[in-house]
Design a protein around this ligand. Structure first.
Ligand code: PMP
Length: 427
């Protein structure tokens, strides 16, 4: 039983003492008291299917017993800074993580967040190439510090930062983009930016394979191979931001970049990597990693023993429970059912994504693609009342984000789509 303060009391404290910029997913905020695998429970013990938590942090399921055990055991033994001393938890996870990458990608830098990972990746690319120019995508999200906010391509997430040599390329968005699903045409815009917007040399190109915050936008097929070759010719490095689409989420592949058949020079990750524990990482080649030895580089807690113990447990759970295959099987099933809903409701303009990273874009007019923002908020609230939590995203706030923990089952999938169906039928 829960004896803590009520949702209203917590909300009052939040208003009085926490950042006024904190956002809230539902009109009536959920008091998330307990979590167990794909479920959350409120103060009354009411159960909610958490079909968004997979990206919010949890990859294996809330409080997965193996991950909790690893965290508790390491906490009892030692928690300390990552640097200064040797510790097997850190080295073991680095080794296990490196084994998940192709080619020469085997040097791991740990951080505390996705923002830090991307900041470090941009720094490394600039040091390695001696160039400043970065190319990123419109509609991408890479973090909330100066450099990553500059690289982010959405005004709604940007304050008055100096863009810092960042050029934002046309987004290869199959639904709203000017060239539809023609990846090669969008790729020419990157070459164009290099030719006409830089000295001809760049430091890096950075992108997600499936944009998360941007509303589950899967890059048009055939986009990354020509972009990577343009960047290479301009002396730059290719950075894959796997903060949301990595760790088996796409089902077909372990990493999002693999869906486009490319191998990046630097990969960044966070969120699901620690199943809720603050952890991020940058993985690159020994040759590129060498640039950081030019000065002293220090991160007190990035990849400390407790967080890396969690990371190693996560990798083991993904393998032991066959979560990549589950993401593929259950994700394909959810997508198929969502596509059937699209045939039933005009308001669904697009269903997209891969594995357990799916998006449903709502429009009031399929021809004009007018964002159905108010309807999105309404259905999100209604689904919460029915016991299903999904996310929201996209520049216009009209895209449902379905990114559950990877242990999501077919029964969960049916409950989710049935709830969406019911909420839409009552509109
Ligand atoms: N990259 C991507 C793709 C993200 O979605 C996010 C977070 N939404 C980040 C980077 C930044 O991660 P963090 O919030 O951990 O700093």
């Amino acid at each position: 039983p829960y004896n803590g303060p009520s949702a209203d009391e917590i909300l009052a404290k939040r208003k009085a003492y926490l950042s006024p910029s904190l956002s809230q997913l539902h009109s009536k905020a959920l008091n998330a008291v307990d979590g167990k695998m794909q479920y959350l429970f409120d103060e009354e013990g009411r159960r909610y299917l958490d079909a968004f938590g997979g990206i919010a942090t949890v990859c294996c399921g809330h409080c997965h017993p193996d991950v909790v055990e690893a965290i508790v055991n390491q906490t009892k033994r030692l928690q300390h800074s990552t640097v200064l001393y040797l510790n097997s938890a850190i080295a073991d996870f680095a080794e296990a993580l490196a084994s998940k990458f192709p080619g020469d990608l085997k040097v791991v830098f740990f951080t505390n967040s996705g923002t830090e990972a991307n900041e470090l990746a941009l720094l490394i690319a600039r040091l390695y190439t001696g160039c400043q120019d970065i190319i990123s995508l419109r509609n991408g999200y890479h973090g909330n510090a100066a450099g990553t906010m500059g690289a982010t391509g959405q005004s709604i997430w940007k304050y008055n930062v100096v863009q810092g040599g960042v050029h934002h390329a046309l987004n290869p968005d199959p639904y709203r983009g000017v060239f539809g699903s023609d990846g090669e045409k969008y790729a020419k815009d990157v070459q164009n930016l290099i030719d006409f917007g830089t000295s001809g040399n760049v430091a890096a190109f950075v992108s997600e394979a499936i944009q998360g915050v941007g509303g589950i936008v899967e890059l048009a097929p055939g986009y990354l191979p020509p972009v990577y070759s343009s960047i290479k010719k301009a002396g730059g490095l290719c950075i894959a931001d796997e903060v949301q689409c990595g760790f088996a989420r796409t089902g077909s592949h372990f990493w999002g970049f693999e869906t486009q058949g490319v191998v990046p020079d630097i990969v960044t990750m966070a969120k699901g990597i620690g199943n809720g524990i603050p952890l991020g990482a940058v993985v690159t080649t020994p040759e590129i990693a060498e640039v950081l030895t030019r000065r002293q580089y220090f991160n007190t807690f990035g990849g400390n023993p407790v967080c890396t113990a969690a990371g190693l447990a996560v990798l083991r759970v993904i393998e032991k429970e066959n979560l990549q295959k589950n993401a593929l099987v259950v994700g394909s099933y959810v997508k198929e059912r969502l596509n059937a809903l699209k045939d039933k409701y005009e308001i669904i303009g697009d269903v997209r994504g891969r594995g357990l990273m799916l998006g449903v874009e709502l429009v009031t007019d399929r021809q004009q693609k007018t964002p159905a923002k108010a309807e999105t908020v309404h259905i999100l609230d209604q689904m919460k009342e029915l016991g299903v939590l999904i996310g929201k995203g996209g520049y216009y706030g009209n895209v449902f984000r379905i990114t559950p923990p990877l242990c999501f089952t077919k029964e969960d999938a049916d409950f989710l789509v049935d709830a969406m169906d019911y909420a839409m039928s009552k509109m």
